[in-house]
Design a protein around this ligand. Structure first.
Ligand code: GDP
Length: 285
């Protein structure tokens, strides 16, 4: 489920994140490991400023491992504290805790030197819709706290939840808007489920997915749909081949392109064809 964002939502979300930021020592930004560039909110860097930041590449189980490693290196070089996670796994709390401790080490050492009593590290989770914020909060809190669903910004009264022994977490994530400016970013957001299918042209999404796989993962594509194509096959012929192979036909034996389109989108989105990363660490900017 995602939101249609309007300027009012965006202003409100920004204001509320700014308010919450005053209460925390560290921000935990959740990105989708399949699209670490496209799933970044465009304004967040500016609002966070110098505050320590942990960046979670979530859904790593659906992304390409090598590419995730490259992203981790790139993010380290950018001066944030990255980790790759499957938000549904049991070790999430430990991994996040370790990284949060590392990210805030200097602040807490400074506090100690000044004789300030040690206290829990305060953190909040932020990110665009569908990246796994609620899943991670619920996992960390070992109970259902954040409503899975999306409201711009942070709406209900926030509470601190204990997360392990060293950390306190705001129980409501900051929900931020995705990037809209660029068509290919929109296609990646749609392909991973971060924006609603009804705000984009589904044909374009399926074409984008097929072109990406034809260029980068041809064997996986051929095997999954049991089709015989190569790197030069025209896209419309790939649609035909999938329709033939899957038996998606209308009366008169015509290929049912709508069904092919939907199938390709869902199979890609659910990582059934393979684990793909659509933003390459080397070239995304
Ligand atoms: P939010 O909108 O950011 O709070 O995202 P949710 O926590 O509601 O997660 C969106 C969808 O992604 C849900 O269907 C989750 O079950 C799924 N999800 C979250 N984290 C992971 C993950 O690491 N791996 C996989 N495969 N699915 C995940």
């Amino acid at each position: 489920m995602s939101i249609n964002w309007f300027p009012g939502h965006m202003a409100k979300a920004r204001r509320q994140i700014e308010e919450s930021l005053k209460k925390v020592d560290v921000v935990i930004e959740i990105l989708d490991a399949r699209i670490p560039y496209a799933s970044k909110n465009p304004m967040l860097d500016h609002v966070i400023g110098d505050k320590p930041r942990v960046v979670v590449l979530n859904k790593k189980d659906m992304a390409n491992n090598k590419e995730t490693d490259r992203w981790i290196n790139r993010l380290k070089a950018e001066g944030v504290y990255p980790i790759a996670l499957n938000g549904k796994e049991p070790n999430v709390l430990k991994k996040i805790e370790n990284t949060v401790v590392e990210a805030t080490k200097e602040i807490f050492e400074r506090m100690e030197r000044k004789g300030i009593n040690p206290r829990a590290i305060r953190a909040m989770i932020v990110g665009i819709p569908n990246v796994g914020k609620s899943t991670i909060i619920n996992n960390i809190a070992k109970r259902k706290v954040a409503k899975t669903g999306n409201t711009p910004g942070v709406t209900k009264a926030q509470q601190w939840i204990k997360a392990g022994t060293k950390m306190e977490l705001l129980d409501t994530p900051g929900v931020l808007w995705p990037k809209f400016e660029d068509e290919s970013i929109g296609q990646k957001l749609s392909l991973t489920g971060a924006i609603k299918d009804n705000v984009v042209n589904l044909d374009d999404i399926a074409i984008f997915a097929l072109k990406f796989m034809q260029e980068h993962h041809l064997d996986a594509l051929k095997q999954f749909y049991n089709i015989n194509i190569d790197e030069n096959t025209e896209i419309v012929e790939i649609f035909d081949a999938i329709g033939q192979s899957r038996g998606f036909k209308m009366s008169g034996n015509e290929i049912d392109y709508e069904r092919v389109t939907e199938r390709v989108i869902y199979d890609t989105r659910d990582a059934k064809i393979g684990r793909f990363t659509f933003d390459l660490a080397e070239s995304a900017e």
